[in-house]
Design a protein around this ligand. Structure first.
Ligand code: FAD
Ligand code: SF4
Length: 327
């Protein structure tokens, strides 16, 4: 049994100080990922800093943006009237994640911080550079069906598993953090990182920093949006490939577009060139196919995941068609 101590600070400053003083400590929010990692021996914090007493559960409209606290629950965010009406893409992405029970425990901060689902990361008897830097990557020559087709390195080919983060990246959200050196705002697309030669680091959070919330700008993507998630089971499964699609239409003309994919890279994969191609064009299947071709350029598959390239292309077309058809 792993021995650890437990504290529940009442202020953000106290939580940040506790982490600064003890680098072996970790924050715990809903616990739906961290407790599994501890049970499997992947993570062994000597102290758990329970952040659930912090006042970070708000979902509020503020001068052109929606502010969501780091401790807002995935289920509550997905059903909140402000999110459903102003950010329906985020609502759909959250509802595609996990199960209702998990969404009622999982928090916004914890969701973006969740670790990869690469099976070798969880199997402590096998090499994994993310779990034990320098030990090797078992997935490179192993069973890599769930793995990345974009942005991978020789050190790691894992994908980020969050659905919520794909929508957040598409919607130009900003992550708000506080740490020993003060407050910072990080564009969502810069929050998660590619593996490079430091796959042990999933994101750009600095030591001792606490995520306090996310700001999502209000934007005209309130109708023509879709989150398409392709997975092995209809529920309770991570994405093989997912697509967050948002269109701002003027009649049949695309005035603005947002596209991002999940299940394909170490971070939510924003498709900026495909978005640019869509703007100003007619919302037709042909346009969507062209955007999908552009989006999949540069994809590189491994032994067991070549299916993700045609699947990704088809998923982009389908997500855009579904978004455009919404009334
Ligand atoms: C069976 C199962 C199926 C799932 N399916 C899906 C799915 O389909 N799609 C999907 O997106 N997710 C899925 N999940 C993952 C689930 O959404 C995450 O486990 C959850 O969002 C994590 O949130 P949490 O609050 O429980 O985090 P915790 O487990 O409490 O923490 C996770 C990590 O985040 C850190 N952390 C938490 N809050 C903060 C903060 N405010 N600041 C800094 N660090 C913080 C912790 O230190 C820890 O390292 C699934 C999980 C399970 C168990
Ligand atoms: S893909 Fe990444 S997480 Fe999976 S075994 Fe390789 S290094 Fe570990």
């Amino acid at each position: 049994m792993i021995q650890f101590s437990y504290i529940k600070p009442l202020s953000q400053r106290a939580a940040i100080d506790a982490l600064r003083k003890d680098p072996t400590a970790q924050f715990i929010a809903g616990g739906t990922n961290l407790v599994d990692l501890m049970k499997r021996g992947v993570s062994a914090p000597q102290k758990l800093i329970d952040i659930n007493a912090l006042p970070l559960k708000q979902i509020a409209q503020q001068e052109g943006k929606i502010n969501i606290g780091a401790l807002a629950l995935n289920g509550a965010v997905s059903e909140h009237p402000l999110i459903v009406s102003k950010l329906p893409l985020l609502s759909l992405a959250l509802q595609a994640g996990a199960s209702a029970q998990l969404r009622n425990m999982a928090t916004v901060g914890g969701n973006m911080m969740q670790r990869t689902r690469c099976p070798y990361f969880y199997e402590t008897s096998l090499p994994c550079n993310k779990r034990e830097p320098g030990s090797g990557c078992s997935a490179l020559e192993g069973y890599n069906r769930m793995h990345a087709i974009f942005g991978h390195s020789n050190s790691c080919i894992a994908v980020h598993p969050s659905d919520m983060s794909v929508a957040m990246a598409a919607l130009n959200a900003t992550v708000l953090v506080e740490g020993p050196k003060g407050k910072r705002a990080i564009p969502f697309t810069d929050f998660h990182k590619l593996p490079g030669d430091t796959p042990q680091k999933d994101n750009t959070l600095q030591p001792g920093e606490l995520i306090v919330g996310v700001n999502v700008p209000e934007q005209p993507f309130t109708k023509h949006v879709h989150y398409l998630k392709i997975r092995d089971r209809a529920s309770y499964a991570f994405a093989l490939v997912s697509v967050a699609a948002a269109l701002h239409l003027d009649g049949k003309t695309i005035k603005d577009a947002r596209l991002a994919m999940g299940g394909v890279a170490h971070k939510p994969w924003r498709l900026a060139d495909a978005e640019k191609h869509l703007v100003g064009k007619r919302a037709t299947e042909e346009t969507f196919l062209q955007a999908a071709e552009i989006a999949m350029q540069g994809a590189k598959a491994f032994k067991h995941n070549a299916f993700k390239i045609p699947m990704g292309k088809n998923a982009i077309v389908e997500a855009l068609k579904t978004a455009a058809a919404k009334t």
